[in-house]
Unconditional design. Sequence first.
Length: 245
Amino acid sequence: MLVASPQPTIKVHYQKICFNMSPIIPDWNNIDTVLLDMDGTLLDLHFDSFFWLHHLPKRYSEQHGVDVDEARLDIRQRMASIQGTLDWYCTDFWSGQLNVDIVELKREVLHLVGERPQVLDFLKALGNQGKQRILITNAHRDSVDIKFSVTTIEPHLDLVISSHDYGYPKENQLFWQQLQENMPFDPARTLFIDDSEPVLRSAEKYGIAHLLCIDQPDSQQQARLSSGFQSLADFQQILNFKDSL
């Protein structure tokens, strides 16, 4: 059984480094469904970055008696070898691979989980305008549940879907086919917001008409400019229903 080590207090803040904070006005009259990623979109990716790059290597090294840098390199190499697959996102897979309890280790740093700025205002506004708010995430259901336990986004979502429900990650076209079979929607009248360009390219290939890319998914990292999609720095930029309806 792993014993939690004391964790330093880390103050989460968003660096004022954004490429474009001007309003973005989606064509809301032609959007019925809003698909939303979780980690890096609705929630700060800092929790996940810290967990996989620092906390997990530290706890893995303690349990297995290896140097923490060696543990970090081992984990990175394993992750790189399966990136883009469903296993990459699977808590059960990593628990088995590393012989640790991933979910319990995540609970040790749950204080780092947080919503991105203006998320609740945005979700409430979507609901007030009758838009369908669907969370689609590659995160395992275990990860979804523990994050819902310390945030307030779940009541403002109409449906929550994990790619593990379908057996394919969002990078795979079969995910989108399964999604449409189980939850009929019109791709031409759908907005999808994610922080991953490979995922957005997959959605674009499937025919999702309206796409936005989060430019600062991790509050502790600098913003990055998307090479192929309109960047969204803050949900305040699209809280403009009165201007477009």
